[in-house]
Design a protein around this ligand. Sequence first.
Ligand code: COI
Length: 359
Amino acid sequence: MSYEFSITRNPNPKPKPDPNTLVFGQVFTDHMFVMDYDEGKGWHDGRIVPYGDIQISPASSVLHYAQMMFEGMKAYRTEDGHVQLFRPEMNARRLNRTNERMCMPQMDEDLFVAAVKAVVKQDADWVPNAPFTSLYVRPFIIADDPALGVKSAKHFRFMVILCPSGPYYAANRGKLSTTRIFVEDEFIRAAHGGTGYAKVGGNYAGSLRASQKAHEVDCNDVLWLDAIEHKYVEEVGSSNAFFVMDDEVITAPLAGTILPGITRDSVLTLLRDWGIRASERKISIDDVVAAAKSGKLKEAFASGTAAVISPMGVLRYLGKEYTISNREVGTLSQKLYDTITGIQTGKIADPHGWIQRVV
Ligand code: COI
């Protein structure tokens, strides 16, 4: 199915930032995509408009009860100048799973992908080509009924904004390096039956206090433990977590409390392609710490759209620090990073059909 979106060009395009100094998520392009949903009408009036502030009622339900969701994806520039997306249909599917949990309307996968492609195409000259850069794409939906009753809204707005971005962790500027990760033993991120698997702002608002604690001890991000026993490893603040132990690579199972990462799924697929045992199973923080002490923990890394593959060099748990892989980037982490970014930027073959070209 093909979709038509109106385009209002920005009369005041901005100068492009220096790709070598880009950080994550602070500079926005000239345009954005907007589309409305009304009961009985469905999604309608998809349009590309100049990037700018939006007007919203102060009574809008998203501002009070956080009925919203977001997605995260990236557009990449290839060496021969094309722009492409990585598995955008997976973001569309996850969006609909989140929306089902949040009482928000479903969206045709094709419509989602067409909207993202249209706005990325409009601002294609904003896709940077320096190493460790890409155009971060942030689709999101807000409920904007002006009413204070706690109930699902009837009117929603879908938007896509774009930002040329550098590495998520400043440590990865110019080269892949390791992060310091704080294991949170007090607060929890998600419990069974909650919204842990959904990509909603509330999950992140609730994580900020733990991030603050992590930064106080010079850590880059938080590793969450399960809500019941504070024992099993779940995910890192902005990504999924993997542990390489002897000949097995372990990540937490998708049991409702962790985000079903698209990079996570890609990592599992690549590992299995390479004949490496990749297990989705519970693993306790005590086992991870014991393995770090004994040397059995060969590598650990986080995987995510923003984080890509971010190797962990230190785990800090209950005030003690455990070094992983001598704080160096492990061979498997590097290989996964090179393969995933190689596929994304067209440098290496895409055997699974993960790439969709935009221009
Ligand atoms: C992403 O990787 O796209 C995310 O959504 C993480 C984000 C919260 C920075």
